[in-house]
Write a protein that binds this ligand. Structure first.
Ligand code: DUR
Length: 311
């Protein structure tokens, strides 16, 4: 059973391939994945993407390119002779996408709307390419609550700024709610792959708060506008911390609810850039930030490597 109580067969085909919960798509003679610069009529999506097993998403084009190079080295993937890694979606001028064997590394931009549009098209891509049982990861950055900068956080659940565990989206004038559940087993498997004795940072599991804004929405005092006091900010952060929230970012709600709705196993792994109980500005030097951002990549790469060795 799916965590919603819906039968998994309704969401996926018996062989594990992604089933679209939209009857319109198979009736169309072609489907244009506009923001990926791909289409089911113009590209052989089965040939190009049929062997994908992992979809790894991160905010920036640079970071997902770095991850593609990193995972290539880690899994020992060789590109066909005479070819180099290239951005499959470069002509969308929206998102960047790299493919390294069974791993897709895709940028999602900032915020719920951006990652939401990408997920619609990536989930359709999985369907067109007949990919079976893909696993999706978001590899990102966040603000920590009571965690020092450089801590790796694996999300157990995503909640909105009112601590509600669902994505809210107005559709045809009515509010639609979709539970933002993540795979708890996958989260624990990832946590088990951290090496607390060898790594100079912690890896923790906790609730992630996802907001629609970086400044006021995350209780920052340093935006262009601020209509609350420092005391009110601290009261709010302490309240959400008590409710189990350990980090704040801007994509997990959409990522968790859309993958869950599609019956796709997924996890969110983010590194904290600062402790929000101590400040608002991201002040760590860029070399330090660079090193921190590799930490969640290492964890996910370890999972992928282990998976590929066993299968
Ligand atoms: N992010 C936050 N809050 C932070 C640090 C990072 O939302 O304090 C994430 C989410 C968004 C981007 O994509 O990074 C904003 O810098």
């Amino acid at each position: 059973f799916h965590a919603d109580g819906e039968m998994l067969e309704k969401i996926r085909y018996p062989d594990g391939s992604v089933r679209l919960r939209n009857p319109n798509i198979e009736l169309m003679d072609q489907d244009i994945l506009y923001h990926l610069a791909l289409g089911s009529g113009s590209h052989d999506l089965v040939e190009m993407f049929g062997d994908v097993k992992f979809v790894c998403m991160g905010g920036t084009p640079k970071r997902v390119e770095q991850f593609a190079n990193y995972i290539m080295q880690e899994i020992g993937h060789k590109l066909p002779c005479g070819t180099t890694l290239f951005d499959i979606s470069q002509f969308s001028y929206r998102y960047s996408m790299y493919k390294v064997g069974p791993v897709l590394s895709v940028s999602h931009g900032m915020g719920i709307p951006s990652v939401g549009i990408l997920l619609h098209e990536i989930i359709k891509l999985m369907y067109h390419a007949k990919v079976k049982d893909p696993i999706f990861f978001r590899i990102g950055t966040c603000g920590g609550i009571g965690l020092e900068g450089g801590t790796v956080v694996i999300s157990e659940e995503a909640v909105d700024g009112l601590l509600r565990p669902f994505l809210e989206l107005p559709v045809l004038g009515k509010m639609v709610h979709r539970p933002s559940k993540l795979d708890k087993h996958l989260a624990r498997e990832l946590k088990a792959m951290s090496r607390p004795d060898q790594e100079p940072y912690d890896t923790v599991i906790g609730k992630t708060m996802c907001t629609y804004d970086f400044y006021e929405g995350q209780g920052r005092l340093d935006g262009a506008f601020c209509d609350f006091s420092e005391n009110e900010k601290m009261e709010y952060l302490n309240k959400v911390h008590k409710a189990g929230v350990v980090n704040i970012e801007m994509e997990s709600l959409s990522f968790a609810s859309l993958t869950h709705h599609a019956g796709i196993k997924s996890a969110v792994v983010c590194v904290t850039l600062l402790d929000r109980l101590k400040g608002d500005q991201v002040m760590a030097p860029k070399e330090v930030l660079e090193e921190w951002q590799i930490r969640p990549q290492k964890l996910v790469s370890r999972y992928i490597k282990r998976y590929l060795q066993r299968n």
